[in-house]
Design a protein around this ligand. Sequence first.
Ligand SMILES: [Zn+2]
Length: 227
Amino acid sequence: MQGLDVYNVLKGKNILNLYHANTVTTSCTFLKLGGLASRGYVTDNGLPQTSQYTDDKDKKYGIWYDVFVDTVDIHDRAGRFKFNEYGPVLFVLDVAILKALPTKSEVLVTKKNPTKWTDGEPIDERFFMTPAELDSFLQRGTFDQMIVISTQKGILPFQKGSVSIVVDDPQRKLSNGTSAFLHAITCIETASGSSPFKMTKRVCRGDCRCVELYKACSDSDFAKFFK
Ligand SMILES: [Zn+2]
């Protein structure tokens, strides 16, 4: 499908933003590149990126050079159970970004999360194939339904004025004694250069357990998210 097809379906369901969460390290790479980059692009260019448990499957199933976004803020939606395991830095994009993709881009939406894909299954079991099918079944906040953006270069360029950043405050220090939150925002500000995006500290729902769950993380897992 074209970006405009998916944009029209999302807009019709009043989905106005797209979300992408990542670690501090990988997010800073995106800011330096000026867009959300596929795992493959970052790897091929030897740039800093935190490994993800999904990497092997992404390569195997041909989505290593694609950019993934969600229709909801996973931390906000699921914080009672877990923090967002993709990372504490959330990029919030205006859905209109889908109308202005580089030429020859394609957009698909998964029917089930690629971690659940199996070898040899038909493509129409993995993706919605038409705008009409997408319109019938897309439901905001269904974690299996991920928007997959393929651009020729493997980067979804940021558009000025239509990106903001939300950073988790885990209320925990890194092993060197610095506040993880302050470390994160300093890295993001440095990577953003002279024209930074609007950045805010996350405001959690009353029942969010992220602080408690971040506290329970091992030092190495915690560093993976925030360093
Ligand atoms: Zn939270």
